[in-house]
Design a protein around this ligand. Structure first.
Ligand SMILES: Cc1cc2nc3c(=O)[nH]c(=O)nc-3n(C[C@H](O)[C@H](O)[C@H](O)COP(=O)(O)O)c2cc1C
Length: 216
């Protein structure tokens, strides 16, 4: 009788808190406040901007990750919730997904938090080039077409591509300023990656960008 009760209790626990390989195993983490002072002067960063395809496997410190994501598309005017990157009609339709060795996260700029999506290393799917799976960080730029419903299909494609370009260039300049390596990439199997990321049909991967320390 006691045994049956114990088994029943475990069953109820499993139903309430199901074991899953999904995001439950990853913790949401609040990023430290971005450091928005300093860095190289803009003309120096422009001088140093370049694409790099050789990376160290060393993880980025959390502060650097926070600064990078803020530079990419963080909120720089909290009163109006405007971002470091412009978007057509302020649609704010580009989401930044963060692919790390421990899993996939979504950058929530308002909460300055990484929201866990998947507790799985999907770096091998983030691009076709060999360095992608070994680099510590890949950013995936995903357009949320549900925020663009008033536009034609052609304009959805056009604006989501241009708006992604601004984010990517911010990342290039931040990396040039901070001594990090980066390259924006179009080369990937987008449908395989979208499937692994469990994207909705109205979410579209535009580009990816690898970031890390340069290989020594
Ligand atoms: C839209 C776009 C897609 C790109 N896709 C790739 C890519 O898939 N793989 C890659 O190694 N570089 C990619 N690049 C980087 C370019 O090859 C690079 O910017 C170009 O060679 C000029 O070099 P630079 O950035 O060092 O000036 C891409 C750049 C852009 C703008």
């Amino acid at each position: 009788m006691r045994m049956i009760l114990k088994k029943g209790f475990i069953l109820v626990l499993l139903l309430v808190f199901p074991i899953s390989t999904y995001a439950q195993e990853l913790k949401a983490f609040k990023l430290p406040a971005p450091q928005t002072e300093g860095g190289k002067p803009i003309m120096q960063a422009l001088k140093d901007r370049k694409s790099t395809r050789e990376y160290s496997a060393k993880e980025l410190p959390l502060q650097v990750l926070s600064d990078l994501l803020w530079a990419a598309n963080g909120i720089n005017r909290p009163d109006s919730e405007h971002h470091t990157s412009p978007t057509a009609m302020n649609m704010q339709e580009i989401d930044i997904y963060v692919v790390k060795s421990d899993g996939l996260y979504l950058f929530d700029a308002t909460a300055n938090t990484l929201v866990p999506i998947l507790a799985q290393d999907i770096r091998a799917l983030a691009g076709r080039q060999p360095f992608v799976k070994d680099a510590p960080l890949n950013l995936i730029y995903v357009a949320d077409f549900s925020k663009m419903s008033m536009l034609s299909a052609q304009d959805k494609d056009f604006y989501s591509a241009t708006d992604t370009g601004f984010i990517s260039e911010n990342v290039y300049l931040f990396c040039a300023s901070s001594g990090l390596a980066t390259v924006v990439r179009g080369s990937m199997d987008k449908s395989a990656l979208a499937k692994a990321m469990k994207l909705r049909s109205d979410q579209k991967i535009i580009l990816a960008q690898t970031v890390g320390f340069p290989k020594e």
